[in-house]
Ligand binder design. Structure first.
Ligand SMILES: [Zn+2]
Length: 427
């Protein structure tokens, strides 16, 4: 059925894609290595192979690099990239060892990333030598992080350079890891309380039929979705994250380009992020370890177009931008208030071996519930200090506190929520 459907929509030949169309809806052969999700060792689990050059070796649906897989296709179409290119992984090995940890094989603990994704070269050397195109889905490196707010914290005496975690220049020394999404479909379905068949069908239909294998190849259980991944920043020793005796300060942050990068003042995203970095540095200096896990879920995973539409709707509504209409305006435009689905978020914490977060730098009840619901203990919850909340972001913070976000102070009442606090569009 799907083969016919595809045959009717054969695109014109391009310089980068010559020859017959390779339909994905039928098995390409029996040379693919098996994946046993959740197996206790890399050898038993098997590698994730999303190569497009050797169809018979593929053991997943989709391709590597998340949303950037589409740019890779463009590069091939433009003739700039050979589809036969193999990554030369010389000297790309992780700077720090992460795991393996018991969580890697706990049933259902990790469903949306490949815990062995950074270890491909060492774990699957034999298969690589045999010609399998196995690519890392995780990369781990080191960096210096230079943030103006940290320089301010030093100038104001809140932070003091120690030469190790915080350098005299004001740079923080970190280990960082980039993680691409790798979904085990049966486990993802279980996490969301639907059947695997329902999940596969909806993923197929709502991506415009982008991946026929979702509905034709039930033998392929792993999907590399074309979405953004995550980055983690570790302040201190990565190995300490798995030791519940070492104080862990952590923030799980969802991307907000407008605030995080450009400093838009309608929300608290960047102030909260930089506050978390400050807390992480201070925690590392106390002998603990800090962690910021950053997820590419722009605008509550609704995207920036939706987000900016909502901003206009909020500011143009009768009565002005008020906290009591904050979530309603989003729902009017998007149909839901939030699509971040924090249910998948704790996976990255389990990859890092985290058992206990002593100080969670977040007020979100959804994040807290997801983390504790996944079996990770949370001690103190650290709210954003009032002096870091931009004036125009008071609408957001009031609405969130009224909706159940953690606050050590008073929850705004109905009268407070009804006052217009946001700036107008002409302001
Ligand atoms: Zn924001």
């Amino acid at each position: 059925m799907t083969a016919d459907l595809n045959a009717n929509s054969v695109p014109p030949a391009t310089p980068g894609a010559v020859g017959h169309i390779r339909l994905t809806s039928h098995s390409g052969g029996s040379d693919a290595l098996p994946i046993r999700w959740g197996a206790p060792t890399a050898a038993e689990r098997g590698p994730v192979v999303g190569t497009t050059s050797r169809r018979a070796h593929r053991n997943v649906i989709g391709t590597h690099s998340g949303s950037y897989s589409v740019y890779r296709a463009l590069a091939v179409a433009a003739g700039a990239l050979s589809r036969e290119h193999r990554a030369d992984l010389t000297d790309t090995a992780p700077t720090d060892v992460v795991g393996p940890y018991p969580q890697w094989s706990e049933p259902g603990a990790i469903v949306s990333l490949d815990p062995w994704g950074a270890m491909t070269a060492e774990a699957f050397g034999t298969e690589l030598a045999a010609g399998h195109d196995i690519r890392p889905t995780i990369a781990i490196t080191k960096a210096h992080v230079v943030v103006p707010e940290i320089a301010d914290a030093i100038a104001n005496g809140r932070l003091h350079p120690d030469g190790r975690y915080l350098l005299p220049s004001g740079a923080a020394s970190v280990t960082k890891a980039a993680i691409e999404p790798v979904w085990h479909l049966p486990s993802v379905a279980q996490r969301f309380g639907c059947t695997e068949a329902e999940l596969r069908r909806v993923l197929f239909e709502e991506t415009g039929g982008m991946y026929p294998e979702l509905v034709t190849r039930s033998d392929l259980e792993v999907f590399l979705p074309p979405i953004g991944g995550q980055t983690v920043y570790i302040f201190g020793s990565a190995g300490d994250l798995a030791d519940p005796e070492v104080e862990l300060t952590a923030r799980v942050h969802d991307e907000c380009n407008g605030s995080d990068v450009f400093g838009s003042d309608i929300c608290t995203c960047r102030p909260y992020l930089t506050h978390a970095i400050e807390e992480c540095i201070r925690g590392a200096q106390r002998g603990g370890v800090g962690l910021v896990a950053y997820s590419r879920k722009e605008g509550r995973a609704l995207g920036e177009v939706t987000k900016f539409l909502v901003y206009n709707a909020r500011k143009r509504q009768v009565g002005g931008d008020t906290a009591d209409q904050y979530f309603a305006r989003t729902e009017c435009v998007a149909g839901v208030q939030d699509m971040r689905f924090q249910e998948l978020m704790p996976d990255v914490l389990h990859w890092l071996g985290v058992r206990k977060i002593h100080r969670l730098v977040s007020m979100s009840n959804m994040k807290y519930d997801a983390i504790t619901g996944s079996g990770i203990e949370v001690g103190e919850r650290v709210n954003i200090p009032e002096y870091l909340v931009p004036e125009d972001a008071q609408v957001e913070i009031d609405a969130k506190m009224a909706a159940g976000y953690f606050t050590p102070g008073p929850v705004p009442d109905a009268a407070e929520l009804g006052k217009a606090k946001g700036r107008g569009l002409d302001g």
